[in-house]
Design a binder for this molecule. Structure first.
Ligand SMILES: Cc1cc2nc3c(=O)[nH]c(=O)nc-3n(C[C@H](O)[C@H](O)[C@H](O)COP(=O)(O)OP(=O)(O)OC[C@H]3O[C@@H](n4cnc5c(N)ncnc54)[C@H](O)[C@@H]3O)c2cc1C
Length: 316
């Protein structure tokens, strides 16, 4: 079946599974399901988190590959199986029906049903809104040194964060640069935290920042409200991940509270990506309990697909 062709249109029948999201997690879940011959509808709005980055860092077999190429390759692999349907669109609402099945509704009014559901919608990455940030996001400004640290190795670097998270991030970033400065943007550290930075040979600047400056997408300096500057070529930014929509709650999944270090408002799942709602699974960033990455999204997607397949087998 072709991409974007939901066979027979709205209400064309009960599928085995609907997968929401075709990022690393959703594609991986769907591949597992279709290889077990399960009819699988994959719905994707096409806004994978890392599309802003030039390359994927740290995914074995795909290191530095442009993200769009990775997703295109994943879709091509999926389309080789007869039981998959890929649909470009947005699920606006979901319902867990009394008979245990799931209904998803699209913006255009179309509705589709499935006996199981995998939520893989990714997350909304939120970071402090400073002028000069957005155009550098995913390049010289990043949230994860394991993803993008190598590409800026050796440059003087800043870490925009405060408190224990800031100290942790700055000490960790020393693996990629000998010149790291923690920028707290106006908040103050404790004496103990200052001592930790000094021992780790990390600089500290607590002045409020007014903007980031540099040519194009490059970063030259953090500019402070008092007019002073700190030359930096890269900036690690504390980021918090939020659910992109109410979809998980619509279908009865519970969420975790964001903790200070990981900062993820994740869907609660067990080790097999089960949400506690029979037939409902969640994978990737949306359900992560570890620092988010492409590798863990692929892995959890596979587990969610396998768990859904087992659930379907038990009911058929
Ligand atoms: C800027 C940036 C750079 C990164 N770089 C790296 C890196 O180099 N290496 C690395 O390992 N990790 C990196 N990450 C993290 C990595 O991108 C994520 O961990 C990974 O993309 C998570 O995959 P996912 O499938 O859960 O979500 P996503 O990749 O975000 O995919 C989710 C998909 O679901 C779709 N969707 C959401 N809601 C709906 C809905 N209601 N209906 C239909 N579709 C929906 C979205 O549009 C999207 O296409 C980066 C993250 C960011 C923000």
């Amino acid at each position: 079946m072709n991409e974007n062709d939901i066979g027979g249109g709205s209400g064309s029948g009960m599928r085995d599974c609907v997968v929401v999201g075709a990022g690393a997690a959703g594609l991986s879940a769907a591949l597992t399901l279709v290889r077990a011959r399960r009819s699988t509808l994959v719905v994707d709005a096409g806004r994978q988190s890392n599309l802003a980055a030039a390359g994927i860092g740290g995914l074995l077999g795909h290191d530095r590959r442009p993200p769009a190429q990775f997703y295109a390759a994943g879709r091509t692999e999926l389309m080789a199986y007869p039981s998959v349907e890929l649909y470009t669109g947005e699920v606006t609402h979901g319902v867990h029906e009394d008979d245990g099945s799931f209904t998803v509704a699209f913006g255009d009014g179309r509705r589709e049903r499935a006996r199981s559901m995998v939520l893989a919608p990714g997350m909304d990455y939120r970071y402090p809104r400073l002028p000069g940030m957005d155009e550098r996001w995913g390049g010289s400004v990043f949230h994860c040194p394991f993803c993008h640290g190598w590409e800026v190795t050796g440059r003087p670097m800043g870490v925009l964060a405060s408190g224990a998270v800031g100290v942790h991030g700055a000490l960790n970033l020393r693996a990629w640069s000998d010149r790291v400065t923690l920028l707290t943007n106006g908040s103050e550290l404790t004496d103990q935290q200052r001592e930790q930075l000094a021992v780790g040979r990390v600089g500290l600047d607590e002045r409020p920042i007014s903007r980031l400056d540099g040519p194009g997408a490059e970063l030259r300096a953090a500019v402070f409200a008092d007019g002073g500057e700190l030359p930096i070529g890269a900036l690690l930014v504390k980021t918090t991940l939020y659910q992109r929509s109410s979809l998980a709650r619509d279908v009865g999944a519970g969420l975790t509270e964001p903790d200070e270090m990981l900062s993820v408002e994740a869907i609660k799942v067990d080790a097999m990506c089960r949400t506690g709602v029979p037939g409902l699974y969640a994978a990737g960033d949306a359900a992560t309990s570890v620092p988010p990455s492409m590798a863990s999204a692929v892995a959890s997607g596979h587990l969610a697909g396998a768990a859904a397949t087992v659930h379907l087998a038990a009911g058929s």
